[in-house]
Ligand binder design. Sequence first.
Ligand SMILES: [Zn+2]
Length: 106
Amino acid sequence: MGGLRREVEKLKKKIGSHRWDLRCPECGWEIALYGDVPVDLIVYEWEQGVPRQQRGPSSVPPGVVALCEHDHPAGEFIEKRSGLPLSDPVVSGFGETSAPRLEDGV
Ligand SMILES: [Zn+2]
């Protein structure tokens, strides 16, 4: 478990905190979140796999929980500034070694 926590801290430093304007491509629901949303999503998913008594208090912000509990997949939400899905490595910052995929026409 400690390894993941360390990774998360590293990612948090890399991404920094900023505002995310997200829109559900299925129903148009919009939510604005602050912080490290891609990291929080990973933490949320990780917490779902850990028995509650081992988990301790959740470190996931309520807004991210709302996003995850929405009827449609959180990873498909569009980040409005870039127009790319939240799961896209360019948006999340997890794929910085790969070049932006300009051929997608976005
Ligand atoms: Zn939706």
